[in-house]
Design a protein around this ligand. Sequence first.
Ligand code: ADP
Ligand code: MG
Length: 260
Amino acid sequence: MERGKIIVVANQKGGVAKTSTVRNLSYALAEMGKKVLVVDFDPQYNLTTSFGVLPTQTPCNTGTLITNLLLDESLPDTNEFIQKIGSVDLIPSSRSLTVAEANLLMTPDSNDYLAALLNPLRLSYDYIIVDTNPSLGSLTINALTAADEVIIPIDPELFALTGLQALVDTIKKIKRKLNPSIEIGGILFTKCNKRTNLYRRTYGQVTKAFQSLPIFNCQIPYTVKVGDANSYGMSVMELEQANPASLAYLELAKEVLANA
Ligand code: ADP
Ligand code: MG
């Protein structure tokens, strides 16, 4: 691959494992020898803390990056904003991204600000993976405008179908108007408990209602270890290599590589 690919993990529903997926997919891809940058584009900065970084320690974050760009329209030096956390590079987030979001809303033609910041970094990375906030507001629109590929995690226990059509419609609109290269990489079933009826019913409903969409073969099993790992600033693979979720995230990374 010559130019790095930008993958955005999005679903306007909270709690579906967007952040956990970015955390663990980025680690798995880095383990496979890929150069990976993750970008926390959620003002709640869960991805940042899942790397053991406190937002108070980071004056250089996605909030200040966007604000700098809004203020003087020239591209800030993104390299100053990148932290090396083991095998993965991180641009952290902080609460200041909410201010940037409000300013984006009031600035015409600002949908491509994140794309402008990330496009030059494609030369330095194989994958740039962006975590988004649970809304379809200006931050997520900016992320989708930068994306080559979108991964949509869904939690089969959490009214998975509600909102999915709205997200797919938004992606189609963005493809028409803002970013012709965007593709849906796949729907990813997360927090799966395959023994429940609800899981089986939701799986059937999603595959039927969204036949034209790709669905990742691997599914992430439900395990408290994912949350434990997040809270320790680790990937689940580092916490428990043989955990079924660790193996599933490695499988996801292989499928993502195959999508190249
Ligand atoms: P989002 O970013 O979509 O809001 P998170 O990644 O923060 O979702 O995950 C939401 C909650 O679900 C967190 O408490 C997290 O620890 C938990 N979680 C994520 N993945 C799993 C999993 N595979 N099994 C069990 N719990 C999980
Ligand atoms: Mg999150």
